[in-house]
Structure formats: structure tokens, C-alpha cells
Design a protein around this ligand. Structure first.
Ligand SMILES: [Zn+2]
Length: 287
């Protein structure tokens, strides 16, 4: 239940977080409801350090049913979020572990966050990333991810259709990207279908420009990015957080002590500054 170690964060309409509506029934204030974002309790080990490991990292387990070839891709998808957490002041915020074959706990155990697999007859999605949050504070207390076997099969089809090398593999990138998306949901993030266009039609295939993410957010439903004939193939799918994702994690997870005074004001200030930075970057890329 609520305690003074977890600081709730008021939602901002510009940033898509799942949230809890909390209503104060005893206040004289006519605006008596607040939307508190869903976020994990992530506390810096060294509160004064610009970059610190957390007291307790977020641990995500890779279910032991995961095919051997796929496991490293799932691990990458989980740990790729660290790049965004670094912007929020955390080093090694999120850690992936493989569930041992002789584990005595079940992947359905609520105390473990597990990336699991299902093989549904007619899957509607490639994965799901639900979480459970404290309705009074927004603190996420448990999460599990279910991804579909069908998605793995799809990855192998991409390999057959579009070819692959060790450096540029559509199967790997698709599983990393899917895992990032579902883990993103369990970090509190909602979809972002609006920031896909960061680069123009030429730049989007040039890895020296895009790096590991050629769109604004992994919280999108982005199709495979195929280079036209005569153009070298760039990223098939993003394998790192986009500008928006980094911004969103910065908003949601920057240590609350930075915001202790004038909390709401500072939050608005923070998000506005990052928003302007983001717009500047996008304008630059469209020049
Ligand atoms: Zn989604």
C-alpha cells in the first residue's frame, strides 16, 4: 500500500502512460481527481549521482520454453530499454535473466515478471504486455508478457523472403522489436502511433543516420522497413528506443527528488523542455 518511498507522478496528456484515476473525496478543491501514471518503484542507489544503479533493478525473466535461437533476441529486447533509463539517471535499470530449466517456480507466479509464449489457434496480436498497478498510487507491482509462437514463425518467413546476415537479420530485429514493445507496455507506456515519421524516404534506410531506430517509437505498430531496389537495406525493425520512448521514460522515471518542490510545475517544465528538444530534433531531420 502507499508509503513514503514511492512518489506518485501526475500524468501529462502529452505523454502516453497507463494511469490510475485517484479521487480525493474529502478535499474542498473542486478539481479533486488526479491521474497517476503507472510506473515501477525505481530508486537510485546513490541519489546524488547523475547516473546510478537502482536499489532494486527491474528483473524480467525469459521463460524456459523459449527456443534457444530466440532467447538472445528476447534478452536484447528487454535490456535495450536501459538506453532510455540512462536518460532518466539509471544505469542497469532493467535486467534480463533466463528461467532455469530446473526452476522451482512457475512462470505464472505473480512475483516474477516473465516473457512467456503462447501458441493460440488464431492469434489476434503478436504479444500482450499487461501489468498490475496499485490503484491508489499507480505503482506497478507485477507484470507478465505473453508473445505468440506465430510471431517467431513470422520472423523465419521474413528471413526466407528478405534474406539475412548476422549483422542484419529480420528475425532477430522483429523479436527484439516485439519484445521491446511489450516490455514498454509493462513499464507503463501506451501506444504511440503518431511519431513514426522521423526520417525521410531516403534517410530511413541509412543506418549511419538512423542508428538502431528509424522511427520515433517502438510503441508503434510499424511494418517491416524494406529498402527499394538499388538501395542497401537498413534496419528492418527498430532495436533500440526511439526519441519519443527515451523522452517518455525520462518523464516517468527521473528520480522524484528532483521534483520535490513545486512538483507539478517542475513536471510540466520537464516535459515541455524535452518536448521542445524532440521537436527540434524532428525539424532537423526533416530539413
Ligand atoms: Zn501494444
Amino acid at each position: 500500500m502507499p508509503d513514503d518511498k514511492f512518489e506518485p507522478r501526475i500524468a501529462d496528456q502529452r505523454i502516453g502512460y497507463f494511469s490510475e484515476k485517484v479521487t480525493d473525496l474529502s478535499t474542498y478543491d473542486s478539481n479533486n481527481a488526479r491521474d497517476l501514471i503507472n510506473r515501477w518503484r525505481l530508486v537510485k542507489k546513490d541519489p546524488d549521482a547523475e547516473l546510478s544503479e537502482p536499489e532494486q533493478p527491474l528483473v524480467y525473466w525469459v521463460e524456459n520454453s523459449t527456443p534457444e535461437e530466440i532467447r538472445p533476441f528476447v534478452v536484447k529486447g528487454i535490456e535495450a530499454w536501459n538506453k532510455a533509463f540512462e536518460k532518466a539517471g539509471f544505469k542497469n535499470a532493467i535486467v534480463a535473466k533466463i528461467q532455469p530449466d530446473d526452476a522451482e517456480w512457475d512462470a505464472g507466479d505473480v512475483r516474477y515478471n516473465v516473457v512467456r509464449w503462447a501458441s493460440t489457434p488464431s492469434p489476434r496480436y503478436s504479444g500482450y504486455g499487461p501489468s498490475v498497478a496499485n490503484p491508489r498510487t499507480g505503482e506497478i507491482i507485477a507484470a507478465d508478457i505473453v508473445q505468440e509462437f506465430n510471431a517467431i514463425k513470422r520472423g523465419y518467413t521474413y528471413r526466407k523472403l528478405w534474406g539475412y546476415t548476422e549483422e542484419n537479420d529480420p528475425l532477430e530485429q522483429w523479436i527484439v522489436s516485439l519484445t521491446m514493445h511489450e516490455v514498454g507496455h509493462t513499464l507503463g507506456l501506451r501506444h504511440n502511433f503518431k511519431s513514426s515519421w522521423v526520417y525521410d524516404a531516403k534517410e530511413v534506410h541509412d543506418v549511419s543516420i538512423t542508428g538502431d531506430n528509424h522511427i520515433g517509437s517502438v510503441m508503434d505498430y510499424d511494418p517491416i522497413n524494406l529498402a527499394p531496389e538499388g538501395t542497401p537495406q537498413g534496419n528492418f525493425f527498430p532495436t533500440g528506443p526511439g526519441f519519443y520512448d527515451i523522452w517518455a521514460i525520462e518523464f516517468g522515471y527521473t528520480q522524484a527528488s528532483l521534483m520535490r518542490n513545486e512538483k507539478t510545475f517542475f513536471q510540466n517544465q520537464l516535459s515541455q523542455n524535452i518536448y521542445l528538444e524532440l521537436m527540434e530534433m524532428q525539424c532537423h531531420h526533416r530539413e
